[in-house]
Design a protein around this ligand. Structure first.
Ligand code: SF4
Ligand code: SF4
Length: 419
């Protein structure tokens, strides 16, 4: 039954684009070497190409002569409920949707988006890991995966404004820019909210928060459900219309940036003429335009490195700005990990993986690659621009008892602002 629903969804999704991608695969296996879960464990089931195996089998068995013949002759088996349950663990627990595999495929196959199609089939079939689904449901019911209800949001914002003595404009109609935080920042890294507010205020931005469009994290996107992805995006776009802003700034959340900046345009109507950008891109613009000035060399004490987030740097292209910022703040102590920029290794906690308890062993195993990278440059501080990565680093630094400080880029910028 579950298998049939998943197959039907796969088949529905298998238009010309997906079929061409599946047909192009030569089974060379090069994508395996790009995947941190495969590299960390050596498990062949974690090879990216294996993660789309059911999509491929469904396509072949339904649409190709060879696939139908193999099925009729018993060479291939129909996809079963057991297959679906087994692969559900693989594509949710051992894939962060980082899309590094797509970059190395010699045939140009977009493995990340194809794995997302597999998740969509599993979402329709109701075989999403229970931990992840519980968080999705919380976002549906409460408007936030971390319980940031209307009251909690109002209390937190009031507290942040008092604690850091910063102005936080809320629901200002006619503002130019809507800033949307993730609940990870609201609940775990509130100092980020104060930091970003200080930067925006220093630059003279006419900005606002929204009490209704307040959550940028999108657990429907992690789940692979177009319906729930749309539902969560709609809340932000409704706030855009209500407040009449021209620009939306996503703060330190990578997957949210992907969902809002690109996926939205493919699955729903986005308010016309709206600009969607990431806070790191905006800070880069402020610095280049002279709207803010930073204290040069403010962090020249102890080696510092930068972790590139898959969705902000690899996908989003904001590769230059963090380097421009760190070369001002720490010209002598900033050192690059290898590989870096678009080729960076994922932290291992994205794509909803960090929300799944059963994935903890492979999540930690994948992080050991980052530990090696940090050790190789002797990093005392690791900086990043995604709060989901920051959650993973913070948890792993504690788990492995590492002597490394985890820092948010915006916070460093705010602390180094020239008055
Ligand atoms: S690298 Fe590309 S062609 Fe090679 S196995 Fe992976 S998906 Fe197929
Ligand atoms: S998207 Fe990233 S985590 Fe998923 S299979 Fe590809 S390389 Fe691995």
């Amino acid at each position: 039954m579950q298998a049939q629903i998943a197959i039907n969804t796969f088949v529905k999704e298998t238009g010309g684009y997906v079929a061409a991608q599946l047909e192009a695969c030569t089974r060379c296996g090069m994508c395996a070497e790009a995947c941190h879960f495969y590299l960390a464990t050596g498990n062949p089931e974690y090879a990216p190409v294996w993660k789309i195996e059911l999509l491929k089998r469904a396509y072949e068995q339904r649409f190709t002569l060879a696939g139908r013949a193999k099925l009729a002759l018993g060479i291939d088996k129909p996809i079963s409920d057991e297959d679906v349950a087994h692969f559900s663990k693989i594509v949710y627990e051992a894939c962060t949707m980082c899309n590094k595999c797509s970059m190395v495929c010699p045939m140009g196959i977009q493995l990340g988006p194809l794995i997302h199609e597999v998740r969509t089939g599993f979402s329709e079939a109701g075989v999403v890991p229970a931990d992840l689904m519980a968080v999705v449901n919380k976002q549906v019911e409460e408007g936030s995966p971390l319980g940031v209800t209307d009251d909690v949001y109002a209390d937190r914002m009031e507290w942040v404004a008092d604690e850091w003595e910063v102005e936080l404009p809320i629901d200002v109609k006619g503002a130019d820019t809507l800033v949307v935080f993730s609940s990870i920042e609201v609940m775990k890294f509130p100092e980020n909210i104060a930091a970003i507010a200080r930067i925006l205020n220093a630059a003279g931005e006419k900005w606002t928060l929204s009490t209704t469009g307040r959550e940028v994290v999108n657990f429907g996107f992690y789940e692979g459900s177009p319906e729930r992805t749309r539902m969560f995006l709609q809340r932000v776009f409704d706030a855009v219309k209500e407040l009449g802003v021209k620009k939306v700034v996503v703060t330190e959340c990578g997957h949210a940036y992907d969902a809002l900046r690109w996926t939205s345009y493919n699955i729903m109507e986005v308010p016309a003429g709206i600009e969607i950008t990431h806070i790191v891109g905006l800070i880069g613009e402020y610095i280049r335009a002279g709207k803010i000035k930073l204290k040069a060399g403010a962090y020249n004490n102890g080696t510092l490195t930068f972790h590139d987030a898959c969705k902000i740097q690899r996908r989003g292209g904001h590769v230059k700005e963090p380097r421009e910022i760190l070369n001002i703040l720490a010209p002598q102590s900033f050192k690059e990990m290898t590989p870096n920029k678009e080729e960076s290794i994922c932290c291992g906690g994205g794509g909803g993986v960090i929300a799944i308890k059963e994935a903890d062993p492979i999540r930690y195993a994948a992080f050991e690659l980052k530990i090696d990278q940090m050790r190789n440059v002797g990093a005392k501080t690791v900086v990043m621009s995604c709060s989901n990565c920051r959650l993973q680093f913070t948890d792993c630094v504690q788990h492995f008892n590492l002597d490394v400080k985890v820092a948010g880029l915006c916070q460093m910028v705010a602390e180094a602002l020239e008055e």
